[in-house]
Design a protein around this ligand. Structure first.
Ligand SMILES: [Zn+2]
Length: 86
């Protein structure tokens, strides 16, 4: 089991993420997001084990993220039907 972590590099434009399942990759490889309405936040999901990893950082608030969401993240909101509550 690996320790979930975030590594920033001065030489690379992307942030390197590591999941507890052993997956590691760059933040731009993340295409799945988990929406947590009870905590009003959005967190990244590991592409390998499909688990949300709060250690990678959370986006707050859901309303704010919904307004700037693009691509796959926007689709996650559409699937969760979060934005239509307002
Ligand atoms: Zn994982």
């Amino acid at each position: 089991m690996a320790t979930p972590r975030v590594e920033r590099s001065f030489t690379e434009p992307h942030v390197k993420l590591t999941c507890r399942c052993g997956w590691s990759g760059h933040d731009d490889e993340i295409e799945e997001w988990a929406i947590e309405p009870e905590r009003d936040r959005v967190i990244r999901r590991c592409p390998d084990c499909d688990k949300p990893v709060p250690e990678w950082g959370a986006l707050r608030s859901i309303d704010g993220v919904a307004q700037i969401a693009r691509g796959q993240l926007r689709e996650s909101f559409t699937e969760a039907d979060v934005s239509s509550e307002h």
